[in-house]
Write a protein that binds this ligand. Structure first.
Ligand code: URA
Length: 243
Protein backbone atom coordinates (compact mmCIF):
# COMPACT_ATOMS: atom_id res chain seq x y z
CA UNK A 1 0.00 0.00 0.00
CA UNK A 2 1.19 3.57 -0.76
CA UNK A 3 2.84 5.46 2.08
CA UNK A 4 1.02 8.40 3.65
CA UNK A 5 1.82 11.07 6.23
CA UNK A 6 1.51 9.78 9.79
CA UNK A 7 -0.94 12.50 10.86
CA UNK A 8 -3.15 11.76 7.84
CA UNK A 9 -3.18 8.02 8.55
CA UNK A 10 -4.25 8.54 12.16
CA UNK A 11 -6.78 11.26 11.37
CA UNK A 12 -8.36 9.21 8.60
CA UNK A 13 -8.98 6.39 11.07
CA UNK A 14 -11.90 8.75 11.70
CA UNK A 15 -11.24 9.51 15.32
CA UNK A 16 -9.21 12.70 15.57
CA UNK A 17 -8.65 15.92 13.71
CA UNK A 18 -5.21 16.55 12.21
CA UNK A 19 -4.43 19.10 14.95
CA UNK A 20 -5.38 16.62 17.69
CA UNK A 21 -3.15 14.05 16.05
CA UNK A 22 -0.25 16.52 15.93
CA UNK A 23 -0.67 17.06 19.66
CA UNK A 24 -0.56 13.31 20.35
CA UNK A 25 2.65 13.10 18.31
CA UNK A 26 4.11 16.12 20.11
CA UNK A 27 3.38 14.49 23.47
CA UNK A 28 5.46 11.49 22.35
CA UNK A 29 2.43 9.17 22.43
CA UNK A 30 2.76 7.83 18.90
CA UNK A 31 5.22 5.15 17.90
CA UNK A 32 5.78 3.26 14.67
CA UNK A 33 7.42 -0.15 14.65
CA UNK A 34 8.47 0.34 18.26
CA UNK A 35 10.04 3.84 17.95
CA UNK A 36 8.47 7.10 19.07
CA UNK A 37 7.89 9.36 16.05
CA UNK A 38 8.00 13.11 16.55
CA UNK A 39 7.46 14.26 12.95
CA UNK A 40 3.83 14.11 11.79
CA UNK A 41 4.94 14.49 8.16
CA UNK A 42 6.93 11.23 8.07
CA UNK A 43 5.32 8.72 5.74
CA UNK A 44 4.34 5.15 6.59
CA UNK A 45 2.30 2.29 5.23
CA UNK A 46 -0.76 1.90 7.43
CA UNK A 47 -1.05 -1.81 6.58
CA UNK A 48 2.58 -2.87 6.91
CA UNK A 49 3.80 -0.55 9.69
CA UNK A 50 2.70 -1.05 13.28
CA UNK A 51 1.32 2.27 14.51
CA UNK A 52 0.70 2.54 18.25
CA UNK A 53 -1.02 5.34 20.12
CA UNK A 54 -0.31 5.50 23.82
CA UNK A 55 0.92 1.89 23.58
CA UNK A 56 -2.23 0.66 21.83
CA UNK A 57 -2.53 -0.30 18.17
CA UNK A 58 -4.26 2.16 15.87
CA UNK A 59 -7.62 0.89 14.70
CA UNK A 60 -7.38 0.35 10.99
CA UNK A 61 -11.12 0.31 10.29
CA UNK A 62 -13.08 3.31 9.14
CA UNK A 63 -15.68 3.09 11.85
CA UNK A 64 -17.21 6.17 13.39
CA UNK A 65 -17.74 6.82 17.11
CA UNK A 66 -19.93 9.74 18.14
CA UNK A 67 -20.63 11.21 21.56
CA UNK A 68 -24.12 12.73 21.68
CA UNK A 69 -25.53 14.63 24.64
CA UNK A 70 -29.04 13.25 24.29
CA UNK A 71 -31.91 15.58 25.13
CA UNK A 72 -35.24 14.46 26.59
CA UNK A 73 -37.96 13.38 24.18
CA UNK A 74 -35.59 11.71 21.71
CA UNK A 75 -35.55 7.91 21.45
CA UNK A 76 -32.38 5.83 21.26
CA UNK A 77 -33.27 3.96 18.12
CA UNK A 78 -32.19 4.05 14.50
CA UNK A 79 -35.62 4.89 13.18
CA UNK A 80 -39.04 5.31 14.68
CA UNK A 81 -42.43 5.94 13.09
CA UNK A 82 -43.54 8.55 15.62
CA UNK A 83 -40.59 9.82 17.67
CA UNK A 84 -37.44 11.70 16.77
CA UNK A 85 -34.40 9.41 17.10
CA UNK A 86 -30.82 10.03 18.18
CA UNK A 87 -29.79 9.44 14.56
CA UNK A 88 -32.26 12.09 13.28
CA UNK A 89 -30.65 14.81 15.42
CA UNK A 90 -27.02 14.15 14.41
CA UNK A 91 -25.34 16.86 12.35
CA UNK A 92 -25.57 16.06 8.62
CA UNK A 93 -21.76 15.65 8.40
CA UNK A 94 -21.87 12.71 10.80
CA UNK A 95 -24.74 10.87 9.20
CA UNK A 96 -23.59 7.75 7.40
CA UNK A 97 -25.03 4.32 6.77
CA UNK A 98 -25.44 1.78 9.57
CA UNK A 99 -25.10 4.12 12.54
CA UNK A 100 -26.91 2.98 15.67
CA UNK A 101 -26.88 3.85 19.39
CA UNK A 102 -24.70 1.48 21.42
CA UNK A 103 -27.10 0.83 24.28
CA UNK A 104 -30.40 2.38 25.17
CA UNK A 105 -31.31 5.45 27.10
CA UNK A 106 -34.98 5.96 27.94
CA UNK A 107 -36.84 8.69 26.08
CA UNK A 108 -36.67 10.91 29.17
CA UNK A 109 -33.05 10.15 30.08
CA UNK A 110 -30.46 12.72 29.02
CA UNK A 111 -26.70 12.58 28.56
CA UNK A 112 -24.01 10.43 27.01
CA UNK A 113 -25.29 8.38 24.09
CA UNK A 114 -22.61 6.62 22.07
CA UNK A 115 -23.43 6.20 18.40
CA UNK A 116 -21.34 4.03 16.09
CA UNK A 117 -21.36 1.75 13.07
CA UNK A 118 -18.94 -0.68 14.76
CA UNK A 119 -21.06 -3.65 15.82
CA UNK A 120 -18.24 -5.53 17.49
CA UNK A 121 -17.19 -2.57 19.60
CA UNK A 122 -20.82 -1.95 20.64
CA UNK A 123 -21.24 -5.60 21.59
CA UNK A 124 -18.09 -5.46 23.70
CA UNK A 125 -19.05 -2.39 25.66
CA UNK A 126 -22.60 -3.65 26.27
CA UNK A 127 -21.73 -7.17 27.32
CA UNK A 128 -21.53 -7.48 31.14
CA UNK A 129 -18.55 -9.81 30.63
CA UNK A 130 -16.45 -6.83 29.47
CA UNK A 131 -17.11 -4.79 32.63
CA UNK A 132 -17.68 -1.43 30.94
CA UNK A 133 -19.49 0.56 33.62
CA UNK A 134 -22.12 3.23 33.01
CA UNK A 135 -22.43 6.15 35.42
CA UNK A 136 -25.68 8.05 35.99
CA UNK A 137 -26.84 11.01 38.01
CA UNK A 138 -30.32 10.36 39.34
CA UNK A 139 -32.59 12.82 41.09
CA UNK A 140 -35.31 11.18 43.20
CA UNK A 141 -38.73 12.25 44.41
CA UNK A 142 -37.70 11.44 48.01
CA UNK A 143 -34.64 10.19 49.88
CA UNK A 144 -33.77 6.51 50.26
CA UNK A 145 -32.20 5.12 53.43
CA UNK A 146 -28.63 5.65 52.22
CA UNK A 147 -26.85 2.86 54.09
CA UNK A 148 -29.59 0.35 53.16
CA UNK A 149 -29.38 1.48 49.52
CA UNK A 150 -25.56 1.26 49.35
CA UNK A 151 -25.68 -2.25 50.77
CA UNK A 152 -28.52 -3.36 48.46
CA UNK A 153 -26.76 -1.96 45.37
CA UNK A 154 -23.48 -3.59 46.39
CA UNK A 155 -25.08 -6.99 46.95
CA UNK A 156 -27.00 -6.85 43.66
CA UNK A 157 -30.57 -5.57 43.61
CA UNK A 158 -33.32 -8.11 42.91
CA UNK A 159 -35.85 -6.40 40.63
CA UNK A 160 -39.62 -6.83 40.88
CA UNK A 161 -39.60 -9.52 38.17
CA UNK A 162 -36.92 -11.54 40.01
CA UNK A 163 -33.95 -10.37 37.87
CA UNK A 164 -30.79 -10.35 40.00
CA UNK A 165 -28.50 -7.45 39.06
CA UNK A 166 -24.75 -7.22 39.23
CA UNK A 167 -23.19 -5.19 42.03
CA UNK A 168 -23.54 -1.41 41.63
CA UNK A 169 -22.10 1.61 43.44
CA UNK A 170 -24.07 4.45 44.98
CA UNK A 171 -22.88 7.88 46.14
CA UNK A 172 -24.83 10.78 47.55
CA UNK A 173 -24.29 13.94 45.44
CA UNK A 174 -26.80 16.37 46.94
CA UNK A 175 -28.73 15.82 50.14
CA UNK A 176 -32.05 17.61 49.75
CA UNK A 177 -35.70 16.52 50.04
CA UNK A 178 -35.37 15.42 46.39
CA UNK A 179 -31.81 14.12 46.67
CA UNK A 180 -29.36 13.45 43.86
CA UNK A 181 -27.26 10.28 43.69
CA UNK A 182 -24.48 8.99 41.48
CA UNK A 183 -25.00 5.37 40.42
CA UNK A 184 -22.46 3.17 38.64
CA UNK A 185 -23.89 0.03 37.03
CA UNK A 186 -22.18 -2.75 35.13
CA UNK A 187 -24.90 -3.91 32.74
CA UNK A 188 -27.80 -2.31 30.90
CA UNK A 189 -31.14 -3.87 31.70
CA UNK A 190 -34.38 -2.18 30.63
CA UNK A 191 -35.13 0.87 32.86
CA UNK A 192 -32.44 -0.46 35.16
CA UNK A 193 -31.66 2.57 37.32
CA UNK A 194 -35.33 3.56 37.65
CA UNK A 195 -36.24 0.02 38.66
CA UNK A 196 -33.35 -0.20 41.14
CA UNK A 197 -34.60 2.87 43.02
CA UNK A 198 -38.20 1.63 42.75
CA UNK A 199 -37.23 -1.42 44.84
CA UNK A 200 -36.30 1.06 47.58
CA UNK A 201 -39.58 2.95 47.31
CA UNK A 202 -38.35 6.05 45.42
CA UNK A 203 -39.07 7.34 41.92
CA UNK A 204 -36.36 8.71 39.63
CA UNK A 205 -37.44 12.17 38.45
CA UNK A 206 -34.39 13.07 36.36
CA UNK A 207 -31.77 10.75 34.96
CA UNK A 208 -28.59 11.64 33.09
CA UNK A 209 -25.79 9.36 31.90
CA UNK A 210 -22.49 11.11 32.54
CA UNK A 211 -19.90 8.45 31.80
CA UNK A 212 -19.30 5.23 29.86
CA UNK A 213 -16.36 3.18 31.15
CA UNK A 214 -13.63 5.72 31.85
CA UNK A 215 -14.93 8.37 29.43
CA UNK A 216 -16.86 11.33 30.85
CA UNK A 217 -19.49 13.20 28.82
CA UNK A 218 -17.88 16.34 27.40
CA UNK A 219 -19.30 19.15 29.54
CA UNK A 220 -19.00 21.59 26.63
CA UNK A 221 -21.57 19.62 24.60
CA UNK A 222 -24.99 21.17 25.05
CA UNK A 223 -28.05 18.90 24.96
CA UNK A 224 -28.61 17.84 21.36
CA UNK A 225 -24.96 18.42 20.39
CA UNK A 226 -22.62 15.70 19.17
CA UNK A 227 -18.98 15.26 18.25
CA UNK A 228 -16.61 12.54 17.10
CA UNK A 229 -14.52 10.77 19.70
CA UNK A 230 -10.77 10.95 19.49
CA UNK A 231 -8.68 7.80 19.41
CA UNK A 232 -7.59 8.44 23.02
CA UNK A 233 -11.19 8.87 24.15
CA UNK A 234 -12.23 5.65 22.48
CA UNK A 235 -9.62 3.78 24.48
CA UNK A 236 -10.91 5.40 27.68
CA UNK A 237 -14.29 3.74 27.22
CA UNK A 238 -12.83 0.29 27.63
CA UNK A 239 -10.19 1.26 30.16
CA UNK A 240 -10.96 0.22 33.70
CA UNK A 241 -12.92 2.95 35.38
CA UNK A 242 -10.65 5.14 37.52
CA UNK A 243 -12.84 7.02 39.97
N1 URA B 1 -31.51 3.15 33.53
C1 URA B 1 -32.75 3.64 33.33
O1 URA B 1 -33.66 3.42 34.14
N2 URA B 1 -32.96 4.39 32.24
C2 URA B 1 -32.01 4.69 31.35
O2 URA B 1 -32.26 5.41 30.38
C3 URA B 1 -30.72 4.18 31.57
C4 URA B 1 -30.50 3.40 32.67
Amino acid sequence: MAKERLDKIIASAGLSTRSEVKLLIKKGLVSVNGRVVSDPALKFDCEADEIMIDSRPLRKGKFVYIMLNKPKGVVSATNDSKDVTVIDILPEDFKKKNLFPAGRLDKDTTGFCLITDDGEFAHNILSPAHHVSKTYIAQLDKPVDFSVAVQAFKEGVVLGDGTVLLSADLELVENTLTPTYKVVINEGKYHQVRRMFATLGSTVKELKRIKIGGLVLDSSLKEGEARLLTEEELFKITESDVK
